[in-house]
Design a protein around this ligand. Structure first.
Ligand code: ADP
Ligand code: MG
Length: 930
C-alpha cells in the first residue's frame, strides 16, 4: 500500500521509527549504507575523457595540430627529397615538442577545470543544505545528503523539502511543488490518509523532495531518499546546469578566434611574399622554395596565438573566488567574480544586514500610557516605568499587551554556562520575550496555568513579510482568542478599536493618538510593532481562514524596538560611495524608522530624505518607477514583489544591481538581480540556492569587501592580458620583420632563417610568459581600487586603450628582438646563436615589461617587490630560459646555443631599455592613450 493511503501511525511503524525519538544514530548510519546518500545523481555529467578530448580540439590547439602536420610534411620532404637527415630529425623533434605542448596544455586545462569545479564544490559544501532532524530523541541539524528513510524532520517557511515525506504534524503548512506538478500555486498540506489512487499533485499528506515551504511549518517522516524520490524518478529530465563561460572567457575566446584568423592571414601573406620574391628572382616557383618557408610559417602561426591565455584566465578567476571566500563571501560561479566588480547599485535589507539584529524593546505604549524599559541586550532584567512622572501605573496597564506579545511568539532566550543570555528564534519576537521577563511573565508560565486560565495553543499563522503580521489562536479556559501582532499600519487597518485608559476606543477615534505614538518611535529609529487581540467563537477558532480571522482586532499596544546599526557599516557605505557604488536600503519597516536609520548610516545625507513606500510602488506604472529609482535611497514597507520591480527599473537604467534577501519570497528578486546575495546565517535555504553570493557572516561589510575583490580581480585580468598580448605582437612582428627585411643572406645566416624557432616561441608562450601572468592573479590592487568608478560592463576588456598600448609595446619589443637578431647575424654568429640572442631578448623584454603591464599607468607607479609570487615567477622564468641555452639536450631540441657572457649580460639588461623609455615618456607627457 502506498504511504499516502495509510494512517500516519502505520507509516511510522512500517518505517521502523519513532515519532518522538526519531531513529538512533547507529540505525541511521546503517540505513545510509543500505540506501545510499540522499542526492540526485545526474547521468548527464560529461565523462572525464570527453572533457579531455574536447580540450584537444580548442581553436588554439587546432593551430598547434596544423603546425604538427606541417612539421611532418617538412620532415618527409627533408628525408625523401633532400636526403637531409639532420634537418629531417630537427623537424620531427619540433613536431614531438609541439605534441608535448598540446598534451601539457590540455592536461592543464583539464586539471584546472576539475580544480575550479572542486574548489567551487568545496566552497558550496559550506553552504550545503541542512535539515533539522530528530535522532536519538534530540533535534539536530545534519547535511541533507545524510537523510535516510525513517528520519523525522522538521521544516519551516523558507526550507527546501529534502526528501519525500509523509506529514505527521502540519501547521498552516503550504508548499510549492511546481517543479513536479507545474502548478505554481502553493499546496496546503494535511496529515490525513488519502485514497490509494490519489494523484501526485493531490497527495496533500506527502511532501516531495525539491519543493519549498512557502508558509507555516510541519513535521514529517522520510519515506524515500535520493533516486527513490519522485524527483529522482524524473532526474534524467532535469538539465544539469551547464558550466557557462564567464563574460571575460567569452571575450577571450572570441579574441583568440580573431587572432587565429589574423594568424592565417599573416602566414599566407608571408609565404606568398617569399614565393613572389622567388618568382621575381628565378622566374619559377618550386616545391623547394615552398618547403623552405614552412618552418618560418609554423613559427609565425604559433607566435600569433596566446596559447596559455585561457588557462591563465581560468586560474586567475579561481584564485579570485578563493580570495572572496577568505573574506567570508562565498561565490557560486566564476562569472559572478567579474560582475561583482562592476556593481553600481547595492540594494540591501536593513534588518540584520545593516543593523545588528539584536532587538530590544526600549519603549512601549499600552492602555494609553507611554512606558520606558531599562536594561541591556537580552538580559531579562530591567525596570518598566511610565514616561510621564507622577502617573499611577498598575501592572494591569501593560499585562494584556505583554501577554499577547509573548504568547503569540515562538522565540526564547537561553542561558549558557557562563550565565549569558542567547536569543533563539526571530529577533523581533525575542525582544518581546525579554520584555515579558522584565515584567515577570513568560510564555511557559502562561501555558502552565490551570482552571479558567488553562491555555492551549490551537493554531499559529506565522509571520510573513508580505502580510507583515503573525497570529496565534489560543483556547483560554473555554474561551477562544486570537492574538495578533505586526506592522502597526497593517494591524490598524485590521482593527476595530484600541484599548486606551481601560476603554475600548473606536479605531477612528484612537487613530491620531496611535499614529503620533508610532511616528515618535519611528523618528527615533525604533522598529514598531502593534500587538492586538480578538475574541473568537469555537467555530471561528477551528475553521476560519486567515483573512477572516485577522480583522476586527483590538489594539493593546505598540512596542518600540531598538535595533542598533552595525558600527562598521557606516564606513563601508562611505567607501562604497567613494567608489561610486550607490547603496539603497530596502525594508519592511516603517518609513520614518527606515529614514532615521538610513540617516545614521550615511545612506542619505538629508534627515528629511525621500522614502518611497511599497504601496506607492504598487500604484506606479513601470515608467513612473523608472523615473523615480535613480534618486531614491530608501524604500520602506516593501514586500518581496516590490524588490523585483525596483531591480528591473534600475537595470533599465543600465545599472548593475546587487540585491540582498533573506526570506523565501526574496528568491525571485535574487535571481533577477545581477548579483543575488543571500545571508549565510539567517538566510533561508531557498534564498541561498538562488543567490550568486552568500555572505557567510551576514554582514554588509562583506559585500563591500567582495566588490573590492571583484574589482581587483578584473584589474589583474587586464594586467596579464596586456602582458600576454604584447608578447604575441612582439613575436609575430619579429618574425615578419625577418621575412620582409632580410632578403639576402647575412654572414652565416640565410634569408630563410626565422628570427625565432617554433619551439622557442612555444617556450615563451607557455613558460616565460604565462608563469608571471599567473602570478599577476595574486597582485594586490594597484591604487585605491575603491576610489574609482565601477567599470562599464558593456565595454570590452580590450577597451580603454588596452589594445593601443599592447600594439605599441609589442611593436617596440618585436623591433628590439629583430634588431638583436640582425646584429647577431651581422657580427657573424651562427644560426642557432643568432636565434638564441633573439629568443633571450624576447624573454627578458617580457620579464621587464611585466612590471609595466601590471600597472594601469606605468612601471614607475608600482613597487616591483610587492608581489612575491611575481618575483619568484620572473626569477624562475629568467633562470630556466638561460639554462636551456646552456644544456646540450635543449640545444638540439630547441635550436638554442650557449653565448658569451658579454652577450648574456646584453640580452638580460638591454631589453629593459624600451620598457623604461616608453614608461618614462608616458609618465613625462602624461599620455593616456597607451
Ligand atoms: P525588515 O526585514 O526589512 O526589517 P520585516 O519584513 O522583517 O522587515 O518586518 C516588517 C514589519 O513587520 C516590521 O516593521 C514589524 O512591524 C513587523 N514584524 C516583523 N517581525 C515580526 C514578527 N515576528 N511578528 C510580528 N510582526 C513583525
Ligand atoms: Mg526581515
Amino acid at each position: 500500500m502506498p504511504m499516502h493511503s495509510q494512517h500516519r501511525q502505520t507509516v511510522i511503524e512500517r518505517l521502523k521509527t519513532s515519532r518522538h525519538g526519531g531513529l538512533t544514530t547507529t540505525e541511521a548510519h546503517d540505513r545510509l549504507k543500505e540506501y545510499g546518500q540522499n542526492e540526485i545523481q545526474h547521468e548527464l555529467r560529461v565523462p572525464a575523457w570527453r572533457v579531455f578530448l574536447r580540450s584537444l580540439l580548442e581553436p588554439i590547439i587546432i593551430i598547434l595540430w596544423i603546425a604538427i602536420g606541417l612539421t611532418l610534411v617538412s620532415a618527409s620532404y627533408d628525408f625523401i627529397v633532400k636526403n637531409d637527415h639532420a634537418h629531417g630529425m630537427a623537424a620531427i623533434y619540433e613536431g614531438i615538442v609541439i605534441l608535448i605542448v598540446i598534451l601539457v596544455n590540455s592536461s592543464l586545462t583539464y586539471w584546472q577545470k576539475l580544480k575550479a569545479q572542486k574548489s567551487l564544490d568545496a566552497l558550496s559544501a559550506i553552504s550545503r543544505h541542512q535539515v533539522n532532524v530528530l535522532r536519538d530523541e534530540t533535534w539536530q541539524k545534519i547535511d541533507a545528503v545524510d537523510l535516510v528513510p525513517g528520519d523525522v524532520v522538521d521544516v519551516k517557511i523558507g526550507d527546501f523539502i529534502e526528501a519525500d515525506l509523509r506529514w505527521l504534524t502540519v501547521n498552516e503548512l503550504q508548499i510549492n511543488e511546481s517543479h513536479l506538478t507545474g502548478e505554481s500555486d502553493a499546496v496546503q498540506k494535511t496529515r490525513d490518509s488519502l485514497a490509494a489512487d490519489t494523484e501526485l499533485g493531490s497527495r496533500t499528506n506527502m511532501g516531495f523532495s525539491g519543493s519549498t515551504v512557502v508558509n507555516g511549518g510541519g513535521i514529517g517522516v522520510v519515506t524515500a531518499t535520493g533516486m527513490n524520490t519522485e524527483l529522482g524518478k524524473i532526474a534524467d529530465l532535469l538539465q544539469q546546469t551547464k558550466q557557462q563561460k564567464t563574460p571575460i572567457e567569452q571575450t577571450v575566446s572570441a579574441l583568440t578566434k580573431r587572432l587565429m584568423f589574423a594568424a592565417g592571414l599573416v602566414v599566407i601573406v608571408a609565404i606568398s611574399y617569399d614565393l613572389v620574391k622567388e618568382y621575381l628572382n628565378t622566374g619559377t616557383i618550386t616545391v623547394v622554395g615552398l618547403m623552405n618557408n614552412v618552418s618560418g610559417a609554423i613559427a609565425l602561426a604559433v607566435a600569433s596565438i596566446p596559447d596559455a591565455l585561457p588557462v591563465v584566465l581560468s586560474i586567475v578567476l579561481t584564485i579570485g573566488a578563493r580570495v572572496l571566500a577568505r573574506n567570508k563571501g562565498l561565490i557560486k560561479s566564476l562569472s559572478s567574480v567579474e560582475t561583482l566588480g562592476a556593481t553600481t547599485f547595492i540594494a540591501s535589507d536593513k534588518t540584520g544586514t545593516l543593523t545588528k539584529n539584536e532587538m530590544t524593546v526600549t519603549r512601549f505604549f499600552a492602555n494609553g500610557i507611554n512606558f520606558a524599559v531599562d536594561g541591556n541586550g537580552y538580559d531579562p532584567v530591567g525596570e518598566i516605568h511610565a514616561v510621564e512622572t507622577g502617573k499611577d501605573v498598575q501592572a494591569t496597564d501593560f499585562l494584556p499587551f505583554i501577554h499577547s506579545g509573548i504568547l503569540n511568539n515562538e522565540a526564547q532566550i537561553q542561558r549558557d554556562e557562563i550565565g549569558n543570555y542567547a536569543p533563539l528564534g526571530n529577533p523581533t519576537d525575542v525582544a518581546l520575550v525579554v520584555l515579558g521577563h522584565k515584567a515577570q511573565v513568560s510564555r511557559d508560565d502562561l501555558l502552565g496555568q490551570t482552571g479558567d486560565q488553562d491555555r492551549d495553543i490551537l493554531r499559529i499563522l506565522p509571520f510573513e513579510s508580505t502580510r507583515k503580521m503573525m497570529s496565534t489562536i489560543v483556547k483560554v479556559g473555554n474561551r477562544y482568542e486570537l492574538l495578533t501582532k505586526g506592522a502597526p499600519d497593517v494591524v490598524m487597518r485590521h482593527a476595530a478599536n484600541a484599548r486606551l485608559a481601560d476603554q475600548l476606543v473606536d479605531i477612528a477615534a484612537a487613530n491620531e493618538v496611535l499614529e503620533q505614538q508610532i511616528l515618535s518611535y519611528a523618528n527615533d529609529a525604533l522598529r514598531t510593532i502593534a500587538v492586538a487581540q480578538r475574541e473568537l467563537t469555537q467555530d471561528e477558532a477551528l475553521n476560519a481562514t486567515q483573512e477572516e480571522l485577522e480583522q476586527g482586532l483590538t489594539i493593546l499596544g505598540i512596542a518600540g524596538i531598538i535595533d542598533p546599526p552595525r558600527p562598521e557599516v557606516q564606513k563601508s557605505i562611505a567607501t562604497l560611495r567613494k567608489a561610486s557604488v550607490e547603496v539603497v536600503m530596502i525594508t519592511g519597516d516603517h518609513a520614518a524608522t527606515a529614514r532615521a536609520i538610513a540617516y545614521r548610516l550615511g545612506i542619505v545625507k538629508d534627515k528629511q530624505a525621500q522614502v518611497v513606500e511599497g504601496r506607492e510602488i504598487e500604484s506606479m506604472t513601470a515608467d513612473e518607477l523608472f523615473a523615480l529609482v535613480p534618486d531614491v535611497r530608501v524604500y520602506a514597507r516593501v514586500s518581496p514583489e516590490h524588490k523585483q520591480r525596483i531591480i528591473k527599473a534600475l537595470q533599465q537604467h543600465e545599472q548593475v544591481v546587487a540585491m540582498t534577501g533573506d526570506g523565501v519570497n526574496d528568491a525571485p528578486a535574487l535571481r533577477a538581480a545581477d548579483i543575488g546575495i543571500a545571508m549565510g546565517i539567517n538566510g533561508t535555504e531557498v534564498t541561498k540556492d538562488s543567490a550568486d553570493l552568500i555572505l557567510l557572516d551576514d554582514k554588509f561589510t562583506t559585500i563591500e569587501k567582495s566588490v573590492a575583490a571583484g574589482r581587483t580581480i578584473f584589474a589583474n585580468i587586464k594586467n596579464f592580458m596586456r602582458q600576454e598580448l604584447t608578447t604575441n605582437v612582439a613575436e609575430v612582428l619579429s618574425i615578419l620583420l625577418g621575412t620582409f627585411l632580410i632578403t639576402r643572406p647575412i654572414g652565416h645566416i640565410s634569408e630563410l632563417t626565422p628570427t625565432l624557432t617554433t619551439i622557442m616561441v612555444l617556450w615563451v608562450n607557455m613558460i616565460s610568459d604565462s608563469l608571471p601572468s599567473f602570478a599577476l592573479g595574486y597582485d594586490e590592487p594597484e591604487q585605491d581600487i575603491m576610489a574609482v568608478k565601477p567599470r562599464d560592463v558593456k565595454r570590452s576588456v580590450l577597451a580603454d586603450h588596452l589594445l593601443s598600448r599592447v600594439l605599441i609595446r609589442g611593436f617596440v619589443m618585436g623591433l628590439a628582438v629583430f634588431v638583436a637578431f640582425y646584429w647577431a647575424a651581422k657580427s657573424g654568429m651562427q644560426q642557432n646563436e643568432a636565434q638564441t640572442v633573439a629568443f633571450l631578448t624576447l624573454v627578458f623584454g617580457q620579464l621587464w615589461h611585466v612590471f609595466d603591464a601590471r600597472s594601469e599607468h606605468t612601471l614607475f607607479r608600482r613597487d616591483p617587490f610587492s608581489n612575491p609570487y611575481l618575483l619568484a615567477a620572473v626569477l624562475f622564468a629568467a633562470i630556466s630560459s638561460l639554462t636551456i641555452t646552456l644544456l646540450p639536450f635543449f640545444n638540439t631540441l630547441m635550436g638554442t646555443s650557449p653565448l658569451s657572457w658579454q652577450v648574456y649580460l646584453a640580452v638580460i639588461f638591454l631589453p629593459a631599455i624600451p620598457t623604461f623609455i616608453l614608461s618614462g615618456i608616458k609618465e613625462l607627457f602624461k599620455i593616456k592613450i597607451w
